[in-house]
Design a protein around this ligand. Sequence first.
Ligand SMILES: [Zn+2]
Length: 374
Amino acid sequence: MSLSFEVLGRDGPARRGRLQTAHGAIDTPAFMPVGTAGTVKAMLPQSVAETGAQIVLGNTFHLMLKPGAERVASLGGLHKFMNWPGPILTDSGGFQVMSLAELRKLDPDGVTFRSPSDGSQHRLTPERSIEIQHLLDADITMSFDECTTWPVSEEDAAKSMRLSMKWAARGKAAFKERPGYGLFGIVQGSVFPALRAESVKALTDIGFDGYAVGGLAVGEGQEMMFTTLDGTVPLLPQDRPRYLMGVGRPGDIVGAVKRGIDMFDCVMPTRAGRTAQAFTRRGELNLRNARHRDDPRPIDAQCGCPACRDYSRAYLHHLIRSDEILGLMLLTWHNLHYYQDVMRGLRGAIEGGTLDHWIAAFETEQASGDIPPI
Ligand SMILES: [Zn+2]
């Protein structure tokens, strides 16, 4: 195997693991901040690392259009280009291309699309997606797949999933195996248990370094997402990492870890930070709200991030209301730090065999709501 993965401990289906890549180790369960265009927005790479993140995501679609995969490769690869020496996972570009409803043409071989920024024509095939991710020097490469829309009929979900499985086999054939680098397959099949099982079978027959669950968090709701994971995760190989794509809120992550998922990514903590929203142990709050105007207390007295350590809610509220860049930077930092706190808590609880107790305390605290105003 190109990537070594070790399960260090278990608590029920939940796993505490370590994934070794060419650019370092990742302790799982892990949350991966999203660095869409070669930057986790509003954060220096060293600040991202200080939150405890060990791996970031890069985005094939955005980077192929700007500045171009060949250019990144000629400048030494994405790690050097963005000054992130740690592991990088790249998505396949499929998700963004498929969401360009007006600008794309899908055929059995791949997809042709127009750049939303300058109208230029581009083509992505399973082979080209793998090649781009190789040029970017991704430690973890994702299979190119068609992301099934939601809601979808079982017939359409089956057709889409079977096309993705063909593309997964082509991607595997195109992938250049190297020590410390790996390729993940993506399980599709929407919310239909038989299709998910068929997809797992197809992928495990091909053989991947890790398995992602795709096509969730697209509007089906948390309950249906958990039901789908209940049916899918037990079918995945025990000795390979499992990645739930695009998820989610802290409560979604906790529920998925409990069901045996090891890796997550989501734009939520960074995107919400730029809209003044903070995720905390006591749920979500918005610093734009007038209740924080005269509040000298931090967002969360127990949080160790710079926003909570050095600044009041009143000051953060002022920055947000004044459209100051520092406000977005501090809230992004806080949110990423909080997400990593959740992951640290989950890893510790699995190691200690106290996951159920930890989750009960997490849920009680989340439900308690923000501290009362002064
Ligand atoms: Zn904080």
